[in-house]
Design a protein around this ligand. Sequence first.
Ligand code: PLP
Length: 356
Amino acid sequence: MNSPRIEVRLDLVEENARALVQRLAIRGITVTGVTKATLGSPEIAGAFLRGGVAALGESRIENVERLRNAGQSAPITMIRSPLISQANRVVASCETSLVTELDTIAALSAAATNQGLVHGITLMVELGDLREGILPTDLAPIAKVALSLPGLKIVGVGTNLACQSGVIPNADNMAELSTIADELERALDIRLDTVSGGNSANLGWALGIGEPGRINNLRLGESILLGRDPLTREPIAGLHLDAFTICAEVIESKVKPSVPWGATGQTAFGVPVSQLDRGITARVLVALGRQDTDPAGLTVEAGFALLGASSDHIVLDAGTDGPSIGSDVCFHPNYSALLGAMTSPFVGKLFQGADS
Ligand SMILES: *Cc1c(COP(=O)(O)O)cnc(C)c1O
């Protein structure tokens, strides 16, 4: 078996998707399943869709094209503002884009017109997190120009919180988005199909007791994949936390002192962490490193403590009894480690549980 590898339980991903789709359906909210942390994996997209997501969301055109080449025909939304240089590819492979800039909107219009298509756009509104978004006062003028351009349909408005500044989606900013949708419809005499309230960080609000208002869509990645609320990283009740496991091979297992000797300077990745003297312990080197994943985002299986990591090695304390070399040690990834492993060419992808 490939080492290192990430083992993916597609049945657990599907069950997580279904649980969130069902809970949100009661609130009148559909789910766009975001595949960007998985390099646009066709297998993961399939599990999302079996779980009932209404559409897929991707941030990279290469990943969208991977999905299309694998035969995926579900609607796909480009969730990062399309690059003008990629407008033709975006229009050819995605039904909808989240947009904030008039030049981008004009490029999508030209590309769609050339290809004889109508491309959907969702205007993203800035509600305080200060990543992407049109300031609310600029929305109607931009929407008015977009409305006049051929090859486009304004399908909705949306916002994205909790990514850049950690601004929490709540009753206030979600009510503001609802009002913005109502006002834009009135100002332009149009109907918006979609009001996309945000990402996994919106779940606390969306599954709470407050009124959803006009919000009828969320774009979910991390919560489906890892079963956690990104605002707190606490488990979401009833969801699987273990759909992904990273395993790698032990290449050294020796009993050594726990404290280094000799004068010390910086390491390859900065200032070394000082080591407690735990006496003589079993020290294990695993063939997994920063080229494969984000070691800081790994939780190691029981019986080991993570001591450090470099480009190609993770160092573990195995207590009194080290595993034999050639055996596997496994880890659970957080979002950053998942993204690293899924996008690293060194990490094999092993999909399991697809026929459940
Ligand atoms: C990444 C992203 C999402 C999904 O975020 P999760 O926290 O993984 O649910 C949704 N919308 C946008 C614009 C994104 O960039």
